[in-house]
Design a protein around this ligand. Structure first.
Ligand code: PMP
Length: 308
């Protein structure tokens, strides 16, 4: 996961080498975390010579919704944002898996933590990215000692950079204690999500995931997994999940743009199910992996091809 300063980014209304896309140290967003971001994956299909951006319209729409929470004015509409993202695939001549980071940030040089009367800017950079988490083996995870920020602290659905301090605290604690990832509980003590992933568990063949009210990000992969489960006639329940259910469930997995579908083998030193990837998780993961590279066309409306 490395950033190429020669790659072409979008900054100040134009395509420029990333090395030229810089901000002043007194920028509001840098001082106060007043930036909202998205994360979009491009999947390379070598046989088709194509890069597909996954659920591009939904990602652009969510980013614009985040700006409303943060009283920002996006300089671009959703359609324009999507067009720029597709153009960046072509300008960088990507023929690999790639991750885009579009974001809107408070650009003024201002000394005051506020949302109003600060001007905004829009930028995108990208990097080559295969797996963000190792999805070939079961993840070893722990319940974090940090609670998920709640709606009345920092709305998690805003995907605001400042809120990611919460994720960073949990992720580092987990890694430094020898785990791969953390699971947050919400302010009521129910399971919320991972540091940058939504979570699903399986109990008696039913797929269960925390509801929107459990301080989760409204994940686009989460929604996709629910649609896939409906398609595969797997029952889906959105309800509060108690911590102890993590210890007795048959299967568990994270999902997200970075994580994709990452199965969990162990939670708080208790083996999940048989300790192997379970049938519901593998059915969903396999279908998801084929869809994103355009090999399974059941959900091809989720894909935006970059090359004609
Ligand atoms: N929760 C958090 C906190 C995240 O940062 C992410 C990654 N964007 C997700 C869940 C997964 O969301 P998505 O599927 O839209 O990437």
């Amino acid at each position: 996961m490395s950033i190429d300063l020669n790659s072409i980014a979008w900054f100040d209304n134009d395509y420029r080498p990333l090395s030229e896309c810089n901000v002043n140290i007194s920028t509001h967003a840098l001082q106060y975390g007043t930036m909202v971001f998205g994360g979009v994956r491009g999947y390379y299909n070598i046989n088709l010579g194509q890069v597909f951006l996954f659920r591009l319209a939904e990602h652009c729409q969510r980013l614009l919704r985040s700006t409303r929470i943060m009283q920002m004015q996006s300089p671009v509409e959703a359609d324009e944002m999507a067009t720029i993202l597709l153009e960046l695939v072509r300008r960088n001549e990507y023929n690999c898996n790639v991750y885009f980071r579009p974001f809107i940030y408070k650009r003024d040089l201002q000394l005051s933590p506020r949302l109003h009367d600060v001007n905004d800017n829009f930028a995108i950079y990208s990097l080559k990215l295969d797996d963000y988490l190792d999805t070939t083996r079961g993840m070893r995870v722990c319940v974090s000692s940090w609670r998920r920020i709640s709606e009345d602290h920092i709305p998690t659905r805003s995907k605001a950079s400042g809120g990611y301090i919460n994720s960073a605290l949990a992720k580092s604690e987990a890694i430094q204690n020898g785990f791969d990832e953390a699971i947050f509980l919400d302010h009521n003590g129910f399971v919320s999500e991972g540091s940058a992933e939504n979570i699903f568990i399986v109990r008696d063949g039913k797929l269960i995931t925390p509801p929107i009210g459990s301080s989760i990000l409204e994940g686009i992969t989460r929604r996709s997994i629910i649609e896939l489960a409906n398609f595969l006639q797997i029952e889906v329940v959105e309800r509060n999940i108690a911590r102890s259910e993590l210890y007795i469930c048959d299967e568990a997995f994270f999902c997200g743009t970075g994580a994709q579908v990452a199965w969990i083998g162990e939670i708080d030193r208790r083996t999940v199910g048989s300790g192997e990837i379970g049938p519901v998780t593998s059915a969903l993961r396999d279908k998801f992996q084929k869809i994103v590279i355009g090999e399974d066309t059941d959900f091809d409306h989720w894909l935006s091809p970059a090359y004609s």
